[in-house]
Design a binder for this molecule. Structure first.
Ligand code: S3P
Length: 436
């Protein structure tokens, strides 16, 4: 792949009204759960980023008919929870931990063997967290030294388990729930804290006997799903970049419409409020079983904050942009209890700390977080380490740097936010895309 870079020149005044692409977590689930269901579903607003396209290809490789009707509009004909056919080769999930981990819960209960793999980043991410519970259910899931490639052995009979997650993870919870659809008995999952609940919402809407109680969830299997038409809302985690961009550089406000506001995802709103940001949430409504609203962010000074521990899991994908906001705020921002950031598409604590330091920011790194000393950024060059959210976070921070910032290794922005640079330009960013 040709390497791509961004050059962002500061000083832009942002404004206007925009919409971000569909929610990545919900798009994966809309595809996977409707594939497991019986019947035909029309899903609109699907994110056409590399991650979700990889999930679509993997399902198609196992005999699921998924037809693109229009941009973001797919017709999925479910095969039923046992109706998949053996793929001809390994299933490649690219950069996507969600795709691989959720699919593991599905294929662990099929009659055939599979190999699940991905790109260099995904092949370094921890997979024992799914292998252990799935194997307790009677599956045979093997990892490669704890990482992908992951292999599943077909023809196993799954049984329900009671499982206490050592770390709250929506991907692990979802993998277990999807396996539980094919297991006999009530599977019970307890977590040490919250994680996103899109799987639970969709399973319930599709007729699964699922019960949520605080941070615990249980499902009685075996259970069939009914196909469900879904209108996927805009991704809060993509809107996050434009929210902070508006706070930094939109004197008359920047509006982002139709954004999913699932409460397990919106910790950034509370964090930005603590930092003194001017954000308005308007036209709250429901769409596709999820809360949705229109957002507006207006330029104003940000101040450093100590991020409360209970907001960390609710903002887990937003820490690259939180670090960026902290770097340009007045005062110090302290992040703790966020060790999971080291297991995302990159080690986000290390990569953000290194990049910010290259732009003149003082950062003290700790195993589970960092202290970021605000005050602004210099011009310079940073490497995103191939992490989409790191690349976009630096593009936003660069709006208020004291000269141009080159961000290297940005091609993976297309995994979650195809067209980011064009949308950013339409909002007023001075962003050029080049090749390295
Ligand atoms: C996701 C869950 C989160 C998040 C990831 C997407 C999902 O990870 O970081 O980007 O769609 O289930 P966890 O599994 O650690 O909660």
């Amino acid at each position: 792949m040709t390497q791509q870079r961004y050059r962002v020149t500061p000083g832009a005044a942002l404004g206007g009204v925009l919409e971000v692409p569909g929610d990545k977590s919900i798009s994966h689930r809309a595809l996977l759960l409707n594939a497991l269901a019986r019947g035909r579903a029309e899903v609109t607003g699907i994110l056409e980023g590399e991650d979700c396209l990889a999930t679509r290809r993997a399902l198609q490789a196992m005999g699921v008919a998924i037809q693109r009707q229009a941009a973001g509009h797919y017709r999925i004909t479910g095969v039923g929870r046992q109706g998949f056919s053996a793929p001809a080769g390994p299933l490649d999930f690219g950069n996507s931990g969600t795709g691989l981990r959720l699919m593991a819960g599905i294929v662990a209960a099929q009659r055939f063997d599979t190999v699940l793999t991905g790109d260099e980043s995904l092949r370094q991410r921890p997979m024992n967290r799914i292998a252990e519970p799935l194997n307790q259910m009677g599956a045979r899931v093997d990892t490669t030294a704890g990482c992908p490639p992951v292999t599943t052995t077909g023809g196993r009979t799954l049984k329900a388990i009671r499982y206490a997650q050592p770390v709250a993870s929506a991907q692990v919870k979802s993998a277990i729930l999807l396996a539980a659809l094919n297991a006999s008995g009530r599977t019970h999952i307890r977590a040490p804290g919250p994680s996103r609940d899109h799987t639970e919402r969709l399973l319930q809407a599709m007729g699964a006997p699922l019960v949520c109680e605080g941070d615990a969830v249980s499902l009685e299997g075996p259970a069939d799903l009914n196909a469900l038409d879904i209108d996927v809302p805009g991704d809060f985690s993509s809107a996050a970049f434009f929210l902070v961009a508006g706070c930094l550089a939109a004197p008359n406000g920047l509006a982002i419409n139709n954004v999913g506001l699932n409460p397990s995802r919106t910790g950034l709103l509370a964090i930005l409020e603590l930092m003194g940001a001017k954000i308005r949430v308007q036209r709250r409504r429901m769409a596709g079983g999820e809360p949705v609203a229109d957002l507006q962010a207006t330029q104003g000074p940000l101040r450093g904050a100590t991020i409360p521990a209970d907001l960390v899991p609710l903002a887990i994908d937003e820490f690259p942009i939180v670090f960026a906001a902290a770097a340009v705020a007045e005062g110090v921002t302290h992040v703790a209890g966020a060790a999971e950031l080291r297991h995302k598409e990159s080690d986000r604590i290390r990569v953000m700390a290194e990049g910010l330091r290259r732009l003149g920011v003082r950062v003290e790194e700790r195993p589970d977080g960092a202290s970021i000393y605000g005050g602004g950024l210099t011009a310079g060059e940073v490497d995103s380490a191939g992490d989409h959210r790191v690349a976009m976070a630096f593009a936003v921070a660069a709006l208020v740097a004291d000269g141009p910032v080159d961000i290297h290794n940005t091609a993976n922005v297309a995994t979650s936010f195809p067209g980011f640079d064009a949308l950013a330009r339409s909002a007023g960013f001075q962003i050029e895309v080049g090749s390295d």
